[in-house]
Design a protein around this ligand. Structure first.
Ligand code: TYM
Length: 344
């Protein structure tokens, strides 16, 4: 199979790190994956290798989480005819390229990654696996393998994208042109959805359930979480991320789910109390989440079909990834393996 296209290439990834993706994953990234699959040559992967870098789940649990996120990506609107949807661990090319990139990454450079610092701060650097440290380098390999032009991600991935660009440029300089230098594709609005209980932090699976809306939450849970969202005491509906992060976050969510803008949301709710806005936000999230959860359940009833979609995606991905590894290994100076002599 050969992938021939003139469209710019897009790649992104998501971890199978829970029972469901959360609102920030969808609004910050996955929504753009869906809209980009049409005009771009799109590759999307579920990054299960990354998912074992912190508190690895039980093996059966990891397999189930991977299927769930695949089903959710399809329920969100990914079309396997239009994009390649695959699981990272199905392609040995990812760790193969990662090793070479690790060898051109400075220890200090990797130490400056804020996500590593944040994640390791809780239990201390000494207690972390080395995989958490090299996580951004595997991510760079994910991207560079596909000669990617654009990477649709949330704001939290900006630094990892900068590292990826640096590694691509360094490799190209040292060994000759091998990789496309990718650009981040970060939405203007919804690039950082905030935790509903602590709007100084981004919404994240690792921050506890009260401030995180999962797309698998039922209507009454979503409603409760949004109505209990931390706002402020001045009572004025006004978009101001600095002074009113909690309220502004709710306005961003509402604008995203109603195809509107925060200016329009402000105009609509100005003069009303926070209660009316919160009810409207809950309704708009539920209107998306209910059919989404139903579709996800249907898709999960046919795991053989999910496996078939992933096999197709992996086959398409492999044609591109294998060629990049071959070129990168050759440019580094690894001896090409000769084919074994036939017996006889
Ligand atoms: P992950 O699984 O943590 O998140 C998946 C995507 O969701 C975005 N995101 C958010 N966007 C807005 N607001 C939030 N609160 C929020 N929380 C998460 C993330 O920015 C991300 O785009 N390192 C990546 C996975 C990865 C990857 C890659 C991404 C591995 N290889 C190659 C792009 C390309 C991550 O942790 O995703």
């Amino acid at each position: 199979m050969q992938v021939v296209t003139t469209k710019p290439r897009v790649l992104s990834g998501i971890q199978p790190s829970g029972e469901s993706m959360q609102l920030g994953n969808y609004l910050g990234a996955v929504r753009n994956w869906v809209s980009m699959q049409d005009g771009f040559d799109a590759f999307y992967c579920v990054v299960d290798l990354h998912a074992i870098t912190v508190e690895p789940p039980a093996p059966e649990e990891l397999r189930q989480r991977t299927r769930i996120v695949v089903a959710q990506l399809l329920a969100a609107g990914l079309d396997p005819q239009q994009c390649s949807l695959f699981v990272q661990s199905h392609l040995a090319e990812h760790p193969q390229l990662s090793w070479v990139l690790e060898c051109i990454t400075g220890f200090g450079e990797a130490s400056r990654m804020t996500q590593f610092k944040d994640k390791s701060a809780k239990s201390g650097v000494e207690r972390q696996g080395v995989g958490l440290f090299t996580y951004p380098i595997l991510m760079a390999a994910d991207i560079l393998l596909y000669q990617t032009n654009f990477v649709p991600v949330g704001e939290d991935q900006r630094q990892h994208l900068e590292l990826t660009r640096n590694l691509a440029q360094r490799f190209n300089q040292r060994y000759g042109d091998t990789f496309v230098v990718p650009e981040p594709y970060i939405p203007k609005e919804a690039a950082k959805i905030l935790d509903l209980q602590d709007p100084s932090a981004k919404m994240s699976k690792s921050r506890g359930d009260a401030g995180t809306v999962y797309l698998s939450d039922d209507a009454s849970t979503i409603s409760k979480k949004i109505k209990r969202a931390v706002t402020d005491a001045d009572g004025e509906v006004r978009y101001d991320l600095q002074a009113k992060p909690g309220l502004s976050n709710l306005m961003t969510i509402h604008a995203a789910f109603t195809n509107s803008t925060t200016e329009k949301v402000e105009a609509e709710f100005a003069g009303g109390g926070y209660g009316a806005l919160k009810s409207a936000v809950a309704d708009s999230v539920i209107a998306f989440a209910e059919p989404f959860a139903r579709r996800t359940r249907e898709l999960l009833e046919d795991p053989a079909e999910l496996d078939r979609i992933l096999a197709l995606g992996a086959a398409k991905a492999r044609t591109v990834a294998a060629e990049t590894v071959r070129a990168a290994y050759s440019n580094v100076g690894f001896l090409a393996p000769a084919s074994a002599p036939t017996a006889g």
